[in-house]
Ligand binder design. Sequence first.
Ligand code: HEC
Length: 135
Amino acid sequence: MHMKRLRTTRVIGVGFCATLLVVTMAGAQMPLPEAKPPDGATLFKQQCATCHTTNLSDAVRQGPSLFGIVGKSAGKADGFRYSTGFAKADFVWDEASLDAYLANPQATIPGSIMAYRQPKAETRAAIIAYLKELN
Ligand code: HEC
């Protein structure tokens, strides 16, 4: 009984290795095209749009509209109730401040309640490039 189970395991193991080899060889013959990173608009849809609109006509979501956010004073979207953290924010959003905020909102604006962090610099850059188009 014990021996039989061992043998079965080995047969499955060999089959798995053979499959891997075939997959590897196919890969060597047909190089895959370089994976393109998603563009800013797609990233925004995936990572921001549940909480932010990009216009002033749709109902406000969990966060304020980001229409025209680059060059706009922080914490000043009409009709949005910011956390107390934003009450002290006295600056205009630019690429550098947006980059810092998306990397770590609470470190940039203490008390901010935005539940999002993006550790990848290139992802933040692509999203910020898209935000600039909203002006
Ligand atoms: C889970 C919801 C959520 C997600 C996801 C989210 N945000 Fe936010 N965001 C908020 C909230 C809530 C605030 C207001 C924070 C406060 O009042 O402290 C905010 C505030 C902001 C502000 C400041 C706006 C102003 O008027 O000063 C910017 C800029 C911003 N978010 C950009 C983004 C971007 C870009 C993304 C995607 C990469 C994103 N957010 C993802 C909820 C979210």
